[in-house]
Design a protein around this ligand. Structure first.
Ligand code: AMP
Length: 187
């Protein structure tokens, strides 16, 4: 079966880590909007210039730019055998745009990584020291959590209504979480 998976979850829920592991397991690419934006910023493109301030403030990049960037990426031939979306969609409007886009066949599963909010802030502060991301300061982390909370319910409802939502606890060891996800996805 072809997997076109959305990986959802709060900042620091381990989406990026799990996306890479699932991509390896299935031999399909991971498309991470946060990573794509950071690459645009490093390459000093117009998209990077547009996105930078939003990212530094912990705000979402406007849907229009984000959706265009993902739609373009989904037309690349490496997505033909499936893909994992990490960090997209983050709003119901983005989910709607993805559903209507002719750039991809329908999403097959949505995995929602469920974490405890306090644990997540600690994880992010730890990552800040390791990776040095410009949006991993405490204030920005708190704002990113707020933005996540504002959007999470409508997004979950969107995919629950379509019978695609699979909730998985993302507390515990990395491998255990991967195993849980693979079980939910039928391996
Ligand atoms: P991430 O690496 O997924 O934590 O994303 C880092 C930042 O990129 C977010 O805090 C947003 O500013 C921006 N971003 C990533 N994905 C999206 C998205 N789907 N919609 C809007 N902004 C996004």
């Amino acid at each position: 079966m072809t997997h076109r998976i959305i990986l959802m979850g709060a900042p620091g829920s381990g989406k990026g880590t799990q996306a890479v592991r699932l991509a390896e397991h299935y031999g399909i690419p991971t498309i991470s909007t946060g990573k794509l934006f950071r690459e645009h910023i490093s390459a000093r493109t117009e998209m990077g210039r547009l996105a930078q301030q939003y990212i530094n403030d912990g705000e979402l990049v406007p849907d229009e730019f984000t959706v265009n960037m993902v739609e373009e990426r989904l037309t690349h031939p490496d997505t033909a055998g499936g893909y994992i979306l990490d960090g997209f969609p983050r709003t119901a409007a983005q989910a709607q745009a993805l559903e209507e886009c002719t750039c991809s066949a329908p999403i097959t599963e949505v995995v929602d990584l469920v974490v405890d909010a306090d644990a997540v802030v600690a994880r992010l502060l730890n990552r800040a020291q390791i990776e040095g991301r410009s949006d991993d300061t405490e204030d920005v982390i708190r704002r990113r959590m707020e933005v996540y909370r504002e959007n999470a319910l409508p997004l979950q409802d969107f995919y629950r209504a379509r019978g695609l939502l699979r909730e998985v606890s993302a507390m515990g060891a990395v491998q255990e979480i991967t195993d849980r996800i693979l079980t939910v996805l039928g391996q």
